[in-house]
Design a protein around this ligand. Structure first.
Ligand code: GEK
Length: 243
């Protein structure tokens, strides 16, 4: 079970390499995401609630960039619709392998297939729920609209898309304040200034956030008529879009 404390950036590194979702990250991932993402548990619980409400009989449920499958697990526990299948996809082999063990350790009526693959190329169809929980920020910005179009097309009428991301505010004063509040959150969760600074260096070329309006514009271009943020804490938000 991956449940170690995240100490990856706790000692000074001569050169901070770009962040990768490798075996070292897999071991500490649950601790890392809970101590770094404000509202993570609330978002996971709400994904469970929304999947219970929106999953339709005989459809697929997608968890895109599933990591260790926290969203898939809660959806397996909550979905009551008949003959649904969860498909959890991650392009990191280490994540996908551990996710399969994690999610399928739990017995439930809804099966979960874990695939190692790129969400930009994997097939998606007949979906009533699609989750993209903090994954879009790692996708090439040039390909993000294409992915929103693919998601909108894969959903059946009445299906729901849940998108969570780190965002930045377009107003520089607000942007700096939200960044500071997030750093305080990480400090309060035991990360040192050195850890925060080294992680920032590791992630800055890999994770590229957008501002809220861009997300809403992409969803509108993809054909979603109903979309709204339902959660925000500092510079982290989650949004729902219904087809
Ligand atoms: C959670 N959703 O705990 N195809 C598939 N997977 C990808 C791709 C891609 N092109 N790019 C990145 N990933 C999870 C948390 S983490 C967010 C998601 C974070 C995967 C990557 O390997 C990683 O596992 C995940 O997206 C992002 O609810 O760590 O901030």
């Amino acid at each position: 079970m991956a449940n170690d404390k995240d100490l990856i950036y706790s000692s000074p590194q001569a050169k901070v390499e770009d962040f990768r979702f490798d075996a070292r990250v897999v071991e500490v991932f649950p601790d890392m995401i809970k101590r770094s993402v404000p509202g993570y548990n609330t978002i996971i619980e709400t994904i469970g609630q929304l999947s219970e409400r929106y999953a339709q009989d005989n459809t697929n449920i997608y968890d895109l960039g599933c990591s260790l499958g926290a969203a898939s697990l809660v959806m397996r526990q909550k979905i009551k619709a008949d003959n649904c299948k969860i498909i959890a996809i991650d392009n990191s082999p280490e994540m996908a392998e551990r996710c399969d063990i994690h999610v399928n350790a739990f017995k439930a009526d809804t099966p979960c297939e874990v695939k190692q693959g790129d969400i930009l190329v994997e097939d998606m169809h007949n979906a009533s729920v699609i989750v993209l929980n903090f994954t879009l920020q790692f996708i090439d910005p040039e390909k993000r609209q294409e992915l929103m179009d693919k998601i909108a097309k894969a959903l059946v009428p009445g299906g729901i898309f849940i998108l969570s991301e780190k965002i930045y505010d377009q107003d520089v004063v607000c942007k700096d304040l939200l960044n500071d509040l997030h750093h305080n959150f990480k400090r309060a969760n035991g990360y040192s200034d050195l850890e925060i600074a080294q992680k920032r260096t590791a992630i800055e070329n890999v994770m590229l956030p957008d501002h809220l309006e861009i997300h809403l514009q992409r969803l509108s271009s993809a054909g979603f008529n109903h979309a709204t943020p339902w959660f925000q804490c500092f510079n982290f938000f989650s949004l729902i879009a219904i087809k």
